[in-house]
Design a protein around this ligand. Sequence first.
Ligand code: ADP
Ligand code: MG
Length: 323
Amino acid sequence: KEVSELIAAGEVIERPASIVKELIENSIDAGATIITVEIQHGGIRFIRITDNGCGIHPSDAPTAFLRHATSKVKNARDLDEIGTLGFRGEALASIAAVARVEMMTKTAGEELGTYVKIEGSELQEVRETGCPLGSTITIRDIFYNVPARLKFLKKDVTEGNAVASIVDKIALSHPEISVKLIRDNKVAFHTPGDSKLISAVYTIFGREFAQNMLPVDYELNGIKVTGLTGKPMFHRANRSMQHFFINGRYTKTRTCGIAAEEGYRGAMMVGKFPACVLELQMPFDQVDVNVHPAKIEVRFVNEKAVFDAVYFAVKSAVADHGT
Ligand code: ADP
Ligand code: MG
């Protein structure tokens, strides 16, 4: 079977936040240690992502926008062993189909970089250019050519918040990367990239949150659970402060949320929902990331093993802390 057939066709681009997510994941895959995200008007008018990653070779720069032009999945087997974040080879193509895109990119091996301009899937310009190592991708006027989709975008502030929430999550899951978010010319946050989760948490959620966290470091069933979980007295009224990352990828998982909450059972809690930022490392074949086109939801091969790992990880962190 062809790889392209195995890849479920799915709508990748719904809103500015989905573009930002795909582009940042590409930057991470490219080995970037510094990533800057700029948006204007919630990203509807303008998105620019700058990274210091490996860049794209001049001969590959225009073709990167073709569907399934991925450099990451070589055969069907690779699909089961996805280590990189992006893998469908359709993000750039999908973005270029519904927006005006410009890219400047340069590899370490080349003296000159490449400038590519593409609008509504049509290549407008390709030329050599001087530019720093890495890639800068600018997206303007999302859905300019798809009015039916444009109509469904929310207000600028709502779309901007959705972008910020994605950038938060990526910054939290990669404390080794310095991430800067600029909204309408104002710096929203800038993480240091010092590899410490607590620094990223401090930068994004603030001092009170950071000072009320307990370290988590636990392993069970081949699943490693690390990160931070709230002191029992530090409560939140909802689950929006629960963040889970699996093998470096932000995920929505009820299993982990419930397991974390259960971990507080018996502890002195003021509110119902603990805050946490937890990273799970597990064998790639134990988790199916291919469930959802936007790659947020996951399916676990062994749900119970994951539940137990999170439950005991949180429980022991809370027990160590005492009450
Ligand atoms: P995928 O990430 O699934 O491979 P994309 O459409 O997102 O597909 O990207 C296509 C290709 O373009 C990638 O495989 C990669 O080779 C290249 N690419 C995209 N963005 C970057 C970047 N920021 N730095 C270096 N290479 C990139
Ligand atoms: Mg990608």
